[in-house]
Structure formats: structure tokens, C-alpha cells
Write a protein that binds this ligand. Structure first.
Ligand code: MN
Length: 240
């Protein structure tokens, strides 16, 4: 049984090449797999499940086809697509995962998270994260006309780009104490996340609360994904 994990595709109508690669991934390596986990930022921006954007509709159809072919698809919200909701799940056939989620893959307990919650050194970002996690605020945003939502999303992305350009690399990566805390509370010695766009495998020894942390890649780069079968897991460049 094979399970795939990927994150940070940042699919956007302006980058059709990434969407095409994702479709090749779904129609090739993922076909026949047991499950596919998408750990956040599948979309560069998601202004609501009612967005008629044709590029997004194609992604929903591709996910539905993957599910219909027998692969279970799980989607976690990221910081770019935190407005993904029940209609998206109904149309794509994907199951929405809480962030974080403890799951069992090939008999091993694994903690899955998008990863932005681990970047506690970035205080400005964490204030913004707390704000957009407010359900009332999200409801208010969802009631705005689509054009207004699109404009606000594009302003937010411009603000994010400015912030990332100004912040140091250290600040925008995970905080070691936050990682140790999550391991200690999780009851798992393996964690998989994305968000930082710094793919790699990190082993942490921290007074018994250590573990292995796998970081998935962003798809505008190497698109490192995890392939997990009975022989174990592997972080590798997306084979599509
Ligand atoms: Mn992210």
C-alpha cells in the first residue's frame, strides 16, 4: 500500500505548469495509491468555495477523479487556503483534516501539520494567524462579493511578500522549542509538515521528546514529496 504526502503546491491560474505537473502526479504515481495527503497551501489563494475560477474547478475535478479511482484524498488548510470549506470537500471528494492531525500510515503514528504554527519566532505572522483563525471574521469575509474578496486576497499576498523579504531566514523557519513541544504533546515520534519551503529530514533529540521531522517542498521549486509504502517512507522529488 502506497501513501503520498505533498504540500505547498500554491496552485494559481498564472502558473499552469505547476497545475499540469500536479495532474501528471495524480494520473501517474498517485493512481492506485491508498491515500494522498495534501498538507496545506494547495492553492496560492482560496477566496471561497464559490469561486468560479476555471483553473480551480479543474483541480477539484482532478481530485474527484483521483478519489473515484480509489485513492482517499485528505486536505489540510494552509495559511493561503484557510477558507477551504465543506463545499470544496463535497465537490472534490477530499476529507478535510484538522491542523494538526495524528494519523496512522503503514502502522506508524505520524503528526501532520501545515507547519506555520511552528514558526513562532515570526511574531507579526503569528498575530495575523490568530486573526484569520477567528471564525466570525472568516464568515464575514465569505459574505463579501467575490471581487472584493479577490482584491483583499491579492493585497494580503503583497503584504506577505513584503514581510518575507524583510524578515530574516531564521525568523521564518520553525522554532526548535515549538517543535520539541509539539513532539512532547503528540504521542508520535514522526512529524511531517510543509510551509517553510525548506525540504529536508531533521532528527531531534530533546530529552526523550525527540523525533524525526520531515519537511515537504514547495512546487515552484523541487516539489519534494513523501512516498510511503511497506518498505518505509522516502522524501523525494515529485516523480511527475
Ligand atoms: Mn504556508
Amino acid at each position: 500500500m502506497t501513501t503520498w504526502l505533498a504540500s505547498d503546491l500554491h496552485l494559481d491560474p498564472t502558473t499552469p505548469g505547476v497545475a499540469a505537473r500536479f495532474r501528471r502526479f495524480l494520473d501517474g504515481p498517485v493512481r492506485g495509491a491508498h491515500a494522498l495527503f495534501l498538507l496545506g497551501d494547495l492553492f496560492e489563494a482560496w477566496i471561497g468555495d464559490d469561486d468560479p475560477e476555471p483553473a480551480h474547478r479543474e483541480v477539484i475535478a482532478a481530485l474527484a477523479a483521483t478519489g473515484a479511482a480509489g485513492t482517499r484524498v485528505f486536505v489540510m488548510r494552509g495559511n493561503r487556503d484557510f477558507m477551504i470549506g465543506t463545499r470544496f470537500c463535497a465537490e472534490s471528494g477530499a476529507t478535510l483534516l484538522d491542523d494538526p492531525s495524528l494519523v496512522t500510515i503503514s502502522g506508524e503514528r505520524v503528526l501532520l501539520t501545515h507547519g506555520d504554527g511552528l514558526c513562532t519566532d515570526d511574531r507579526a505572522y503569528q498575530r495575523l494567524r490568530a486573526l484569520v483563525s477567528d471564525a466570525g471574521l472568516r464568515d464575514a469575509f465569505a459574505r463579501l462579493p467575490i471581487e472584493a474578496r479577490r482584491r483583499l486576497a491579492s493585497e494580503a499576498r503583497a503584504g506577505s511578500r513584503e514581510h518575507l523579504a524583510a524578515a530574516s531566514a531564521y525568523i521564518t523557519d520553525v522554532n526548535a522549542a515549538a517543535v520539541a513541544r509539539v513532539f512532547a504533546g503528540a504521542g508520535a515520534s514522526l512529524m511531517i509538515h510543509g510551509h517553510t519551503h525548506r525540504p529536508g529530514v531533521h532528527r531531534l533529540e530533546a530529552g526523550g521528546a525527540g523525533g524525526t521531522r520531515i519537511v515537504l517542498g514547495a512546487w515552484h521549486d523541487e516539489a519534494e514529496v513523501v512516498r510511503w509504502d511497506d518498505a518505509g517512507w522516502q522524501l523525494l522529488p515529485c516523480p511527475a
